[in-house]
Design a protein around this ligand. Structure first.
Ligand SMILES: C[S@@+](CC[C@H](N)C(=O)[O-])C[C@H]1O[C@@H](n2cnc3c(N)ncnc32)[C@H](O)[C@@H]1O
Length: 392
């Protein structure tokens, strides 16, 4: 984990319903006596459960050896005394040490298992990371920025604010915000190490300083509550099967009175002239394809509902259309080509589409490119920008 993510104070709790004992924050006692309450609570929790017991350390930012040995001793003793009890320890890849440390317990006792919960937790990750999609995010941001630059102040972004860009991808948006709005603090968080490496390099190449890059899981962030005036999360709720979990976290890290800003698409509203019909057919199919992988590329207009259900008030929502006339039409065409490569490539193949289905899917992308590059053509990609205020 990046040390710039501030570590919250230590805490623990037992959830009887899930038979789960969770540790949070920074756990660094000097003497074992300091842990007496926690250990008593752990023992009481274990004595209350049968079948399965869950020890959740995925939000434990730090742990010294005194603490680890105290917890490990109780867990290993329990596994010996109660061989019928299955003990599951939940760690996170964000805290690489937690998986390494707790895995030693699984070697000692057969009824202890370690589960790194965020190993494969989001369905679209492989498409984004393996699909050569990363460079295209650059072109997407280049085309959306000319709109968002003027949209963001309408949603409350001002210079000097403390800002977090969650699911920052390759970090272009953070760099652009840093240059245009000079935030007082700017963190950019993502769960892709390759994207973050790319982001750090982009900032370095452009001589942009002051952005804190954090490897983290947006649905279980190690950032403290009520930290940021403005929290952005772009094109990312639509790639989660549980966008409500991310919104809950965005809400938590936002200051009361601050705002959370999200952008999402509705791909079935992509359009083009000429050849509108085949274009429409393909994007309707894209929506079904994403749905097959539990992702909602139609989320844009649902943003208002999601923000209200997450507890936000004073919702602002607007849509804008990225078109072939926003700069060089070839940039627009490049985006569509990259969609074709990923959607009609790895995704359609994994869904089991026939050769003929894939041919039809590809045709609509090629027709969208044709419309974008046609001297009298028009091609569009609609995006919804929405924000809500965390009540004071
Ligand atoms: C479609 S990309 C959008 C990236 C960027 N916001 C943009 O607009 O270009 C989605 C991003 O979410 C990241 N992501 C997915 N699941 C995540 C999680 N649980 N925690 C943090 N980032 C995650 C992916 O690594 C990817 O960079």
């Amino acid at each position: 984990m990046n040390t710039e993510a501030r570590s919250p104070a230590f805490n623990y709790q037992f959830n009887e319903n899930d038979q789960e004992f969770s540790l949070f924050g920074s756990f660094r006692p000097q003497k074992i006596d300091e842990l007496a309450d926690c250990i008593n609570s752990l023992e009481a929790s274990i004595s209350n459960v049968t079948g399965n017991f869950y020890l959740n350390v995925k939000r434990l930012v730090r742990m010294n050896n005194v603490a680890f040995h105290a917890i490990a001793k109780r867990i290993v003793k329990t596994s010996g005394d109660r061989p019928d009890l299955k003990i599951h320890v939940t760690t996170s890849s964000v805290l690489g040490w937690s998986t390494r440390k707790f895995s030693t317990l699984a070697k000692i006792a057969p009824n202890i298992t370690i589960n790194e919960y965020d190993n494969e937790f989001y369905p679209g990750q492989s498409f984004l990371e393996d699909g050569g999609f990363i460079p295209i995010l650059r072109t997407q941001t280049k085309l959306t920025w000319r709109h968002e630059k003027s949209i963001l102040p309408r949603h409350g972004l001002k210079p000097g604010m403390h800002v977090a860009d969650i699911c920052c991808g390759i970090g272009d948006f953070a760099v652009l915000m840093q240059k245009e709005f000079q935030p007082g603090r700017l963190i950019a968080l993502d769960h892709s190490k390759s994207s973050l490496n790319y982001a750090r390099k982009v900032a370095e190449d452009f001589g942009v300083r002051g952005i804190e890059y954090v490897y983290g899981d947006a649905s279980e962030m190690l950032l403290e509550d009520n930290q940021f005036d403005f929290v952005t999360c772009r094109h990312s709720l639509q790639v989660f099967d549980r966008p409500d979990l991310i919104l809950k976290e965005l809400y938590r890290i936002c200051k009361p009175g601050g705002r959370v800003y999200i952008t999402n698409e509705k791909n079935s509203h992509c359009l083009g002239e000429p050849r509108s019909e085949t274009i429409q057919r393909t994007y309707n199919e894209v929506a079904r394809l994403w749905d097959h992988f539990n992702m909602d590329i139609e989320l844009g207009p649902k943003s208002r509902r999601y923000l209200l259900e997450a507890g936000f008030s004073d919702i602002s929502i607007e849509s804008f259309m990225v078109t072939n006339l926003d700069g060089n039409p070839q940039d627009f065409a490049d985006i569509i080509q990259s969609w074709e490569d990923v959607y009609a490539g790895q995704m359609a193949v994994e869904r089991g589409d026939s050769v003929e289905d894939i041919r039809i899917l590809k045709q609509g992308f090629q027709d969208h490119i044709f419309a974008a590059l046609h001297p009298k053509g028009y091609a569009g990609w609609p995006i919804w920008a929405a924000s809500g205020q965390k009540p004071q």
